[in-house]
Design a protein around this ligand. Structure first.
Ligand SMILES: O=C(O)C1=C[C@@H](OP(=O)(O)O)[C@@H](O)[C@H](O)C1
Ligand SMILES: C=C(OP(=O)(O)O)C(=O)O
Length: 440
């Protein structure tokens, strides 16, 4: 059933950022491995993360919700993970499925992994290949897509791996397999990607080192056979979710939004850097830290935006923010060019095609390129009036609804269902800030 976002005169208020999705997945996984009981607060209770919680429980951890966003996890410790009785369903989540494949690969277990229609079309060879090199075995239909049966091993061989893509999921998968390999596993990245696996593993007492490897390349190494210690931790706010609210403030005729407790991490802040380059005056007030990450209250107000070429060096640090970047680009004056972002083609949808279609159906001129897109900004509110196909993609759905708050005519989406995978409070937060989003 379609939902529509109507133009509103104001977009104002303060919202506490929901827990970060990447950190929430990892906290559950690492607590589930640890030798003892961890307490996690501020966990994002989105569907992707809940599927990771269920996966860890199916593999032997005791996972319990003790309050809103508050969870205890008794890890498997030295006993290790055990084979699940049933298929593990990762729903819509690339992060959950790929990181868990690395985690499971180091134990002598068998597990069948399944996912929804979107996840079952996403490439898994990028993690299957290195894990096979280490000694895990896989059964699939030959295309390297879910459903996949994994046969792990407690005698994995360490590897030195250089992923073809700048991908935190691939890096993390290999490092997590390395946690149980016999020796030192290392991953050399062509461009630094989000570093939550490294930082959070350190929080659980694991030694893991990162060193420069020439130019912007860096090498992360982990020694096998380490035991994780339980911790009490709180999850920092999600910059990727905050980006939607910040974008809403920038394009509003009268915008003024504060998003509280957002993680400030340079591997995640590309959207805010790009928005600042386009003329957004963003404020950031230091608010302490959580799980080793700095927290800030982010402020944004109505801005007169200018189109820009987004530097390719920012791509990895804003990989999930391109659909919403395209929305602010549609309101900007002049051309915004995105390049070097071909990874967008293998997200929950083909995010280059879906973003281009979202803008076109709302009257914005945009060119599709193999590795990005070029938006001709309208220098003010774009026409709107379109029905956007979300293709099972939460970020396309949220971007289109943000666009509708300030376009000339309302913007509709075919299905809001997927929003709950990453930002279950999105509709409530948008309404609190003044958005008018209704079914129909
Ligand atoms: O490691 C992670 O938590 C994530 C890594 C990114 O994927 P890739 O590694 O495929 O770029 C990102 O798109 C995803 O939302 C979360
Ligand atoms: C790409 C995303 O997530 P995942 O890869 O975990 O499905 C996302 O949240 O935008």
């Amino acid at each position: 059933m379609a939902w529509t976002s109507y133009p509103v005169p104001r977009f104002q208020g303060a919202i506490r950022a929901p827990g970060d999705k990447s950190c929430s997945h990892r906290a559950l996984m690492f607590a589930g491995l640890a030798d003892g009981t961890s307490e996690i607060s501020g966990l994002l209770e989105g569907e992707d993360v809940i599927n990771t919680a269920k996966a860890m429980a199916a593999l032997g951890a005791s996972v319990e919700q003790i309050g809103p966003g508050k969870w205890t996890v008794k890890g498997v410790g030295k006993a290790g993970l055990s084979s699940p009785a049933q298929d593990i369903d990762f729903g819509n989540s690339g992060t959950g499925s790929r990181l868990m494949m690395g985690l499971m690969a180091g134990y002598p277990i068998t597990a069948r992994l399944v996912g929804d229609a979107s996840l079952s079309k996403r490439p898994m060879n990028r993690v299957i290949k290195p894990l096979e090199q280490m000694g895990a075995r896989f059964e699939h239909d030959g295309r390297g897509m879910l459903p996949i049966t994994l046969h792990g091993s407690d005698a994995l061989t360490p590897i030195d791996f250089e992923p073809e893509q700048a991908s935190a999921q691939v890096k993390s998968c290999v490092l997590l397999a390395g946690l149980n390999a016999r020796g030192t596993t290392s991953v050399t990245e062509s461009r630094p990607t989000r570093d939550h696996t490294e930082k959070m593993l350190r929080g659980f007492g694991v030694k893991i080192s990162t060193r420069p490897a020439g130019g912007v390349r860096q090498c992360v190494s982990i020694e096998g056979g380490q035991t994780l210690q339980p911790v009490d931790t709180s999850i920092p706010g999600d910059p990727s979710s905050a980006a939607f609210l910040i974008a809403g403030a920038l394009i509003s005729p009268s915008g003024g939004v504060v998003v509280e407790g957002v993680m400030s991490n340079e591997t995640r802040d590309g959207f805010f850097q790009a928005a600042a380059m386009m003329g957004a005056g963003l404020g950031a007030e230091e608010m302490g830290d959580a799980a080793g990450e700095r927290l800030v209250d982010l402020q944004a107000a109505t801005a007169s935006l200018k189109g820009r070429s987004i530097p390719e060096t920012l791509v990895a640090s804003m990989i999930d923010e391109f659909p919403v970047l395209s929305v602010i680009a549609a309101f900007a004056e002049g051309e915004t060019v995105v390049s070097g972002a071909e990874e967008l083609r293998v997200k929950e949808s083909d995010r280059i095609a879906a973003t281009v279609a979202m803008l076109r159906v709302n009257g914005v001129e945009v060119e599709e390129r193999a590795d990005g897109f070029v938006v001709q900004g309208c220098g003010g509110p774009p026409p709107g009036g379109g029905l956007v196909e979300t293709h099972h993609d939460h970020r396309i759905a949220m971007s289109a609804l943000v666009m509708g708050t300030a376009a000339q005519k309302p913007v509709s989406i075919d299905d809001p269902g997927m929003i709950a995978t990453s930002y279950p409070d999105f509709m409530a937060h948008m309404a609190e800030l003044g958005a008018d989003i209704r079914e129909g």
